[in-house]
Ligand binder design. Structure first.
Ligand SMILES: *Cc1c(COP(=O)(O)O)cnc(C)c1O
Length: 226
């Protein structure tokens, strides 16, 4: 068995340990293998080793890979979506994790309607407040989530964040806690969200301890990107 397989075994152990520490069940946390720049041959290794959810940043890259990987995997879009790519995105992806405006949601709603499907989406929140980052500002997230939840051909199932990138993963916890607080508040207000997509290779254990249901891992699984 190859390196990706070994990495996956190690990651699963780390996920299980983080669940144990926080009194959670491993079944509550799904691994999204983020495959930007990763060649299809290595993605195949991951699928052979048991990965079932693939995350891609770009619509075209996912489209090219999906043709080669005609297997039973689920595709999540984790990168920013331009409106001229929405139609294609609705054809390829099961979940669009990176919705951060009503305009984009409306576009997805319309395209999904044309395709006769309901699109599952997450609302991306800029929990670190860093300028130039995608995601709605936390103080606008509740209202926007409620508006998106009204879209007929969209099922809003949770929140996503790209947290601050800090050398000490313990310092990222406030971002994760903020996302969880927003989800819990939305639940209280009647929006039935389940997912918290948070945590990447450097901080997924902390994210799981803070309630992540989706962790998005690239480098931990495939090694450094070239
Ligand atoms: C690249 C990327 C990841 C994975 O990052 P790693 O540090 O390689 O684990 C997760 N989420 C998004 C949105 C990304 O762009």
């Amino acid at each position: 068995m190859g390196l990706v397989h070994d990495n996956l075994i190690h990651i699963r152990q780390q996920m299980a340990d983080a669940c144990l520490r926080s009194g959670r069940s491993l079944q509550e946390v799904e691994l999204v293998a983020v495959t930007k720049t990763v060649p299809v041959s290595r993605i195949r290794e991951a699928i052979d080793a048991g990965v079932r959810v693939i995350g891609e940043n770009r619509v075209q890259e996912a489209a090219d890979k999906a043709i080669e990987l005609n297997r039973e995997v689920v595709w999540h879009l984790v990168g920013h979506l331009q409106s001229n790519k929405v139609k294609r995105a609705c054809e390829i992806f099961s979940v669009i994790e990176s919705v951060d405006s009503l305009r984009l949601a409306n576009e997805i709603d319309a395209r999904a309607g044309q395709l006769g499907r309901t699109m599952e989406v997450l609302l991306e929140v800029n929990t670190s407040g860093e300028p130039g980052k995608y995601g709605v500002a936390p103080e606008k997230a509740i209202l926007l989530a409620k508006e998106i939840a009204l879209c007929k051909h969209i099922r809003l199932t949770g929140l996503m964040t790209v947290a601050a990138f800090l050398p000490d993963p313990q310092e990222v916890r406030p971002c994760f806690r903020l996302l969880r607080t927003l989800r819990d508040e939305l639940q209280r207000q009647g929006v039935p969200l389940v997912h918290l997509s948070m945590g990447m290779s450097n901080d997924f254990e902390q994210a799981i301890e803070e309630g992540a249901t989706l962790v998005r891992l690239g480098r931990a699984l495939f090694g450094e990107r070239t």
